[in-house]
Ligand binder design. Structure first.
Ligand code: CA
Length: 223
């Protein structure tokens, strides 16, 4: 899952990037409105965290323009505590949720999880595929109740596939949702990570769909 943080306060920006990266997300960040607008316009994000008061372009205008251009990713706005009108304006401009500053990082992370969950059609924090289970809150994976040890990139890949289980995901889609913008992207590395995951997860759950990509499913493929 890939997240964009648009926040001009350098300390808060850094804290958000650190907390989200630790939470298993690929994170891009922007410190002014123009850069944030551009990233959200051109890159696919699973969630965007958007401050309202920003230099160069304000958060409400950014959001309105994204929505006008059919950019439909979930957006959580950051508002000042005493500015109730920002919340109303933001929600009306197309925000999916808001957090008032100052906030606890745990609350922000819970709201991010909720948006990812809802936008991928899940109601619970735990996602299952047969014996495989992902707890998005603790970022842990178990198979038959036994913990599966994953590197951060393996976790990102598996978490994305579990949120989209049953559906074919292409290598391009995986590359776009697993790596930061400045990462040296090579879709061959996806194949390597899939190979590693298959070694760690028994039961042939990760299927290759020839020419299309991969599908996580407990059902055997049609002959
Ligand atoms: Ca600000």
């Amino acid at each position: 899952m890939r997240v964009l943080v648009v926040e001009d306060d350098p300390d808060l920006n850094r804290q958000l990037v650190t907390a989200l990266t630790d939470g298993g997300y690929a994170v891009d960040s922007a410190k002014d409105g123009e850069e944030g607008y551009f990233l959200g316009e051109t890159e696919p994000y699973d969630v965007v965290i958007l401050d309202i008061g920003l230099p160069k372009m304000d958060g409400i205008s950014i959001l309105e323009q994204w929505r006008r251009a059919e950019r439909n990713m979930p957006v959580i706005i950051l508002t000042a505590r005493d500015r109730w009108s920002d919340k109303v304006q933001g929600m009306d401009a197309g925000a999916d949720d808001y957090v008032a500053k100052p906030f606890h990082m745990e609350e922000l992370l819970a709201r991010v999880r909720a948006q990812v969950r809802r936008s991928t059609g899940h109601a619970k924090n735990e996602i299952e595929c047969g014996p495989l289970r992902l707890d998005t809150k603790s970022a842990r994976v178990t198979y038959d109740g036994q913990p599966v040890k994953l590197t951060s990139h393996e976790y990102r890949l598996l978490a994305y596939m579990m949120h989209h289980n049953g559906r074919v995901v292409s290598r391009t889609e995986l590359v776009e949702h697993l790596y930061e913008q400045d990462f040296d992207r090579d879709s061959n590395t996806i194949e390597v990570f899939i190979g590693r995951l298959r070694k760690k997860i028994p039961g042939d759950l990760i299927k290759t769909v020839r020419g299309l990509g991969y599908r996580l499913s407990e059902e055997p493929d049609a002959p």
